[in-house]
Design a protein around this ligand. Structure first.
Ligand code: C2O
Ligand code: CU
Length: 481
């Protein structure tokens, strides 16, 4: 009896119906979720309709310092069990993973430009870890890479401290056994706000990740691929295809992060616009159509529901130029409640800035190479840590060309200094675009302009984490003499 009850609970373990739930009349098959595999006929009134979860809100990290210009937070990395439930089928996947402060995504750290940030990181894992501040330009000893500084041992606590200088939707994650630790749930968003910008009615983080059956299994520790090749379930803030109810006329700023260790998203959403990518507001708004978001990349969406339900769609995407498999899926649904209302006026001042002119010279060329078959990944013929380290002087503009000669795409990420994208495959963006992570197309190239503002040895790598783990990582030395 007890076993049966537990089983029953496991099968129906989705959130309780909200007010008004389940009261639908008629067949209403236009509201039926995609992929509902129920064999029950529509006359069966004993089967409760599957209940779509609401997008879980990610908690903000508690600021322990009363000073307005200081943000002091505490992160504890520890083992945690994640249960991912597909509400459309009732199936669950249980992952023995990790979490910061017991939640995945970890708490959102919010600071404003110019704030002093102090983060105490307690390592409650039985393996070493670090925290890297992806997208924040911090002093090299605070960058959280074990290249220069020992990781945080099991049971130890380490304090990171730095000042945040640029508005961004950044994120944090370990940089030690990154391929597994990120995949098992250690990540969170770090929002640096610009107080001069008008606030949206709702400013929310939406963290996408995919979860495979293998994650957390005993075999997983030896599995360099992570979830590679396995069918993953995509979640938004931990829920499969949740709903975010909206009202007409409101303005939402959705900060979307792809925290997956290898999976790409190809996003589109009617009536939404791209407000920003990695590093602050863009000079212009763009439609959200085919927004390719590789692992580690972010995009901010400005959503102004007016008179219709909206859906964040993810189309199948091929990394190797072949046919994309699968079907377009709804990653987040935004049902409209209440009356239609016109979208409010935009209060954002977008500068319209044009991209910088490409000076034509190339200071550094990095070429992504390798093959999937042996998990053998290189940059310019070298496999980390056996790499040649170019040295460049502090404060001098650097033109980097990243080429891709392998049969798959790669998201390029650089630590220590963000960059402006001058061109991708020879085409300049329509406006100035500042990033820290950018996708390099198949057999393509990106030209990037960097101003190194901090001395040190800075990691540079592909953010498909199994590729980085397989050697697709190098170092740039910025010298101050
Ligand atoms: Cu998000 Cu070197 O990493
Ligand atoms: Cu790669």
């Amino acid at each position: 009896m007890r076993t049966l009850l537990l089983l029953l609970m496991a099968c129906t373990g989705h959130p309780k119906p909200g007010p008004g739930g389940g009261g639908g009349d008629g067949a209403g098959d236009d509201t039926a979720p995609v992929g509902t595999g129920s064999g029950g006929g529509q006359g069966d009134d004993t089967a409760a309709p599957p209940e779509q979860p609401v997008l879980p809100a990610v908690p903000d990290a508690e600021d322990l310092d009363p000073d307005d210009d200081v943000v002091h937070v505490r992160l504890t990395a520890a083992p945690a069990t994640h249960t991912i439930t597909d509400w459309r089928t009732g199936e669950s996947r249980i992952v023995e993973g990790y979490a910061f402060n017991g939640v995945v995504p970890g708490p959102t750290i919010r600071a404003k430009v110019g704030d002093r940030v102090i983060v105490d990181v307690e390592n409650g894992l039985d393996v070493p870890t670090t925290v890297h501040w992806h997208g924040l330009d911090v002093p090299v000893e605070m960058d959280g890479v074990p290249w220069m500084r020992a990781p945080i041992g099991a049971g130890e606590t380490h304090t990171y401290t730095y000042t945040v200088e640029q508005a961004a939707t950044a994120w944090y994650h370990p940089h030690f056994d990154t391929v597994h630790q990120v995949d098992l749930g250690l990540y969170g968003v770090f929002v640096v706000e610009d107080p001069a910008e008008p606030g949206a009615d709702r400013d929310m983080v939406v963290v996408m990740d995919d979860w495979s059956e293998l994650q957390g299994d005993a075999a997983y520790a030896d599995e360099v691929h992570g979830a590679h090749g396995m069918e993953g379930w995509w979640t938004a803030n931990g829920a499969v295809s949740p709903a975010l109810p909206v009202v007409g006329g409101e303005t939402l700023r959705l900060r979307v992060l792809n925290a997956s260790n290898h999976g790409y998203l190809d996003l589109s959403m009617e009536a939404a616009r791209v407000l920003a990518r990695d590093q602050g507001l863009l000079p212009a708004l763009e439609a959200v159509a085919g927004e390719v978001l590789g692992p580690g990349d972010r995009v901010e969406l400005l959503v102004q529901p007016a008179g219709a339900d909206l859906t964040l769609l993810d189309a199948p995407y091929s990394l190797n130029g072949g046919e994309a498999h699968g079907e377009t899926a709804a990653r987040l649904e935004l049902p409209l409640s209440g009356p239609a209302a016109a979208a409010a006026d935009l209060g954002w001042e977008l500068s319209g800035a044009a991209p910088s002119a490409d000076p034509g010279r190339t200071d550094i060329t990095w070429t992504f190479q390798g093959s999937m078959h042996h998990d053998d990944w290189m940059i310019s013929g070298e496999r980390f840590p056996d790499v040649t380290i170019p040295e460049v002087p502090l404060g001098e503009e650097l033109i980097i060309e990243v080429r891709n000669l392998s049969a798959t795409e790669h998201p390029f990420h650089k630590h220590g200094a963000h960059f402006e994208v001058l061109s991708i495959d020879g085409v300049a963006p329509p406006y100035k675009r500042v990033e820290d992570t950018v996708n390099i197309p198949l057999f393509g190239a990106a030209r990037l302009r960097v101003l190194p503002t901090r001395p040190g040895d800075w990691m540079t790598h592909c953010h498909i984490l199994p590729h980085a783990d397989g050697g697709m990582m190098t170092v740039l030395r910025v010298t101050d003499d």
